[in-house]
Design a protein. Structure first.
Length: 444
């Protein structure tokens, strides 16, 4: 680990009296860029003309747009490439959803994976946090134009220049707390002490901001730590209570909750990461040793606490529950039309790609050859998921892989990245009832 050089032209807040702290940063692929990388990877995998892949005959009663056999074969390919397990769920709106679970034989000895198992949704939690904020906006208790200083006085440098909207769409300029070495032991499961939104926020704001608020886009989990702190201040309830009372119970999401510790509730997928001996050389030393039970060249990280994810990534759910949540959200069942429109108002994730992926309030949109989708991905040790929906919420799809290292360090795990992108592409297109594009030459 080395101390980073200060970026040229870095933004310095006006409160120069604030003590400056020199922080050593871990040199690793930026966790802050995970959502952007995954979304762009799905988009790039879909470039080119929509040429149908060969498809087996459909089983009796199977929805016509969902090629179950093809998706199952692709899921098996991901397992063969090194994934402990894969869950796929596709609902194209025409009938019974297709649900698939595939698993490595060694992992089945711990738990037989099922499509209805709960898992940690990681950063997809942000969609739920944005929904909570917008419900309070609809009630007149919050405004997207509120400066964060109004709700968290003195807690964020230049908080009077950062609005709730900037927190939700990642244009605040706040440093991402998951890049701070202090949280690394928790990420690896070596420190299981609980984190609160306020503690996570304090970790992020002790670093200099990245840019003037509102001038750029940069994915930062600190934004949602601040959102969680605002929600608790505005309501007098914890984030866990708000998820339970305002979303999970009203929608009947029986397997969805905000996790404050390592406890699970009911059947759940077990998550794994490669052990130190099986991590490729390209993975930084600080991220080679996860705490957990050894398993066939892996470490079982299921019992590690996700509380460090906080309002940015600590929700647990199932593919079925999350589909119901998206259906209610995108159809207007959770938000009035004005607030749903705000949710869908996006900013470019890359100024060099004005027609590329856009980020709204806790959700992103992708224009693909198979159609336009709304999506978020989530990565947390042991679990990498991507969930997409159409604009109505009637069609949804989820892909879960029960390991995350391949997404954190894509160059170190090229094969599992290649086949997982292929599965994501086929799943997204099947949801929309479109043929998946043929792979680019040389990419398989």
């Amino acid at each position: 680990m080395t101390a980073p050089a200060r970026p040229s032209g870095a933004y310095v807040p006006s409160r120069t009296a604030r003590p400056r702290r020199r922080v050593v940063r871990v040199r690793r692929p930026a966790r802050a860029r995970r959502a952007r990388r995954t979304a762009v990877a799905v988009l790039l995998a879909l470039t080119g003309p929509a040429v149908p892949l060969a498809r087996p005959a459909l089983a009796a009663g199977e929805p016509a747009g969902v090629p179950r056999a093809e998706l199952r074969e692709l899921a098996r390919d991901v397992v063969a490439a090194g994934a402990p397990g894969v869950i796929v769920r596709v609902d194209d709106g025409s009938g019974r959803p297709v649900e698939i679970a595939e698993q490595a034989p060694w992992a089945a000895k711990d738990h037989r994976l099922r499509a209805g198992d709960a898992f940690r949704v990681g950063s997809s939690t942000k969609t739920m946090m944005a929904t909570l904020v917008l419900r309070l906006v609809a009630e007149g208790r919050l405004s997207l134009a509120d400066p964060v200083e109004k709700w968290l006085p003195g807690r964020i440098p230049d908080g009077d220049a950062i609005t709730l909207r900037m927190l939700l769409n990642h244009t605040s300029g706040l440093f991402d707390y998951t890049e701070d070495p202090a949280v690394v032991p928790s990420i690896l499961g070596k420190d299981r002490r609980p984190w609160t939104p306020e503690r996570l926020l304090a970790l992020g704001v002790r670093h200099d901001p990245l840019f003037v608020p509102g001038t750029k886009w940069s994915y930062s989990n600190t934004n949602y730590a601040a959102v969680g702190a605002v929600l608790e201040k505005a309501t007098g309830q914890s984030v866990a209570e708000l998820v339970r009372d305002r979303i999970a119970r009203p929608l009947g999401l029986r397997h969805t909750f905000y996790a404050t510790d390592a406890d699970w509730r009911g059947p759940h997928a077990r998550g794994y990461e490669p052990d130190a001996a099986h991590m490729p050389p390209g993975v930084p030393a600080a991220f080679r040793e996860y705490a957990g039970t050894p398993r066939e060249g892996h470490v079982d990280v299921t019992g590690n606490s996700p509380s460090w994810g906080g309002p940015a990534g600590a929700v647990v759910s199932t593919a079925r529950d999350w589909a119901r949540f998206h259906a209610a959200l995108m159809s207007g069942g959770l938000l009035p039309a004005a607030q749903l429109a705000q949710l869908r108002t996006t900013v470019p994730m890359d100024p060099g790609e004005p027609d590329g992926p856009g980020y709204g309030l806790g959700i992103m949109t992708l224009n693909t050859p198979c159609g336009t989708v709304w999506a978020h991905d989530g990565g947390i040790p042991g679990y990498l998921s991507t969930t997409v929906t159409d604009a109505t919420g009637r069609r949804t799809a989820t892909v879960l892989v029960t390991t995350e290292a391949f997404a954190e360090h894509p160059d170190a795990f090229p094969e599992i990245n290649r086949v997982s992108k292929k599965l994501q592409t086929a799943t997204l297109c099947a949801m929309l009832g479109e043929p998946a594009p043929a792979p680019a030459a040389g990419t398989g």
